[in-house]
Write a protein that binds this ligand. Structure first.
Ligand code: SF4
Length: 304
């Protein structure tokens, strides 16, 4: 059984899909890519990849998202036949989920500057001993992240859950198994050419949604991880992580299918594995997202 078939089996979809042969379809038929928004003044703020830079990718990614043989999952057909996605509508300049950056010269600005200069050992120590937000009081341990530190792929989730808090590793349990199978479908494995981390390094009590202030304190740590890994592509898992990283309040359904950017690195948004475990119909869309991420990764490699 090939990788694609294995992946679809994991997703609970019996019939294998075959990406349509590339025919050089016109770019306007392509559903996915975003036009470039205006440049954001904050160097840390994300922006969609400039249209010119991705124009060549657009035509080919169209065919990746298309499926010639679909069975058993009605929503797959709906997804494929849906009209082209519009560029992700940006939220307010400073979305409610992520506060504005620190004032220059403030203690927080100094902290962020210090984090931005850390190497791996220093960053690990900083996370392990971090008390920058109230989550330090309820965690069992911090969850730094796991994987290949020179990986070409980086996966970013929301925050540790109960099992992750206990084991100190992101994405364990059933959601972790699904994630591992998703990685396998891409020819990846935990610890091999992929680094996995969360936006928050400590578990919110009761798995509640993270607070904006917690994200503001923790994001510099993730930002430094990304800067050290230097992945070709970031796959963001779930609404919260996507909105936090991209600084937007746009729903995940509209963030999917578009290549965004964080710190100049392409970002593809898909659903969180825990959500996919509950929602069979969106697993097909997750496969489309991973195909898009693979395409972006391969293109980035070709340009390197
Ligand atoms: S969630 Fe992040 S900022 Fe808050 S204590 Fe944990 S490591 Fe520090």
């Amino acid at each position: 059984m090939n990788r694609r078939a294995q992946f679809l089996e994991v997703l609970g979809i019996a019939t294998e899909w075959v990406p349509r042969a590339r025919t050089g379809a016109p770019a306007e038929a392509v559903p996915a890519m975003a036009a470039a928004p205006a440049a954001m003044p904050d160097a840390r703020a994300p922006a969609a990849i400039p249209a010119a830079a991705v124009a060549a990718e657009v035509a080919e990614i169209t065919e990746v998202a298309e499926i010639t043989e679909v069975a058993e999952v009605t929503e797959v057909t709906e997804a494929v036949s849906a009209p082209p996605m519009q560029p992700a509508a940006r939220g307010p300049a400073v979305p409610a989920l992520v506060p504005a950056g620190p004032a220059p010269g403030s203690a927080q600005a100094d902290r962020e500057a210090a984090i931005a200069a850390m190497d791996w050992p220093a960053l690990e120590a900083a996370v392990a001993g971090c008390t920058a937000c109230g989550l330090c009081q309820t965690r069992t341990q911090t969850v730094f992240g796991v994987g290949d530190r020179q990986a070409e792929w980086m996966l970013v989730g929301e925050a540790p859950g109960e099992n992750e808090d206990l084991q100190g590793e992101p994405f364990v349990g059933q959601a972790g198994k699904l994630l591992d199978n998703m990685l396998g479908a891409l020819g990846l494995a935990r610890g091999r050419n992929v680094f996995i981390a969360n936006v928050l390094k400590c578990r919110p009590p009761g798995n509640r949604n993270p607070e904006p202030a917690e994200v503001a304190q923790c994001e510099p740590l993730l930002r430094r991880q990304i800067a050290l890994v230097k992945p070709r592509v970031i796959v963001v898992l779930g609404r919260f992580a996507a909105q936090s990283l991209l600084r937007t309040t746009t729903p995940i359904g509209k963030l999917r299918g578009t290549v965004h950017a964080y710190e100049g690195i392409p970002v593809v948004v898909t659903y969180h594995p825990a959500y996919l475990l509950r929602t069979l119909t969106d697993k097909a869309r997750a496969w489309e997202d991973l195909c898009l991420a693979r395409e972006v990764h391969d293109r980035a490699g070709a340009r390197a």
